[in-house]
Design a protein around this ligand. Structure first.
Ligand SMILES: Cc1cc2nc3c(=O)[nH]c(=O)nc-3n(C[C@H](O)[C@H](O)[C@H](O)COP(=O)(O)O)c2cc1C
Length: 212
């Protein structure tokens, strides 16, 4: 029996019993993409478990990797250690005045992504594939996340005794935010903004993405 078999069955059972219909409805890819918004406010009463983080990281066993090197490694951080990470990451630089995350909505779980090799271009492509896949897995599990490259890497190495320098940090949790996408033209302002408690994220329409 695969060693994560029981873990998977438990997760299926939990998501089934939390669904009002008593059966898990399969999410479409487009719906997962829309729900996969960068989330900077979380429900503090929801504690993300280590087995949930492990399931998110497990997507990496099925991903493309340049030359199949698979240089990425992942440090799981749950509520008991989250206080070490929180002061070392920076959220929402585009809304500095808000000092995100708002008090009481801080994430209590993180995945620290490291590389075993000196990162080269292909490592960053591996990183992007990995991070987006993990975020989509989190969304499929009813969670959300935020990938961050604005953080104190040396501080994290010290705080968590990491054997490798981190490339990126993902916060994971149950979202407490309302986030909406807004269509824009390529020439319009790309900055995200908040109005009446809603976080709006402008996205360039497909017509402007395709080179004619
Ligand atoms: C490579 C990368 C690094 C990012 N770093 C940060 C960060 O350090 N802090 C943060 O709050 N958001 C960070 N973000 C999130 C972006 O701000 C976010 O993707 C953007 O505002 C669009 O929102 P969306 O992800 O909901 O589409 C990062 C995103 C990417 C792809």
């Amino acid at each position: 029996m695969a060693d994560n078999y029981l873990e998977k069955r438990m997760e299926q059972y939990r998501s089934r019993s939390s669904s009002p219909q008593g059966a898990k409805t399969k999410e479409g890819f487009s719906s997962l993409l829309v729900k996969n918004r960068s989330t900077r406010g979380y429900d503090a009463s929801y504690r993300v478990r280590a087995d949930q983080l492990r399931r998110i990281v497990a997507v990496n066993t099925k991903l493309a990797s340049a030359r199949n090197r698979q240089p990425l490694r992942f440090r799981l951080v749950t509520a008991d250690e989250a206080y070490k990470v929180l002061p070392l990451v920076r959220m929402g630089a585009g809304l500095k005045e808000l000092n995100l995350p708002l008090e009481g909505t801080e994430p209590n779980a993180f995945i620290i992504v490291c590389s075993t090799i000196e990162p080269r271009n292909s490592t960053f492509v591996d990183l992007g594939i990995s991070v987006q896949s993990m975020l989509l897995q989190a969304v499929e599990m009813g969670l959300n996340g935020l990938c961050m490259m604005d953080f104190d890497a040396d501080g994290l190495v010290d705080a968590l005794a990491l054997p490798y320098k981190p490339l990126l940090v993902i916060a994971v949790g149950k979202s407490s935010e309302k986030i909406e996408l807004v269509d824009i033209k390529a020439a319009d302002d790309h900055a995200y903004y908040r109005e009446n408690g809603v976080h709006y994220v402008p996205k360039v329409v497909v017509e402007d993405l395709i080179i004619e």
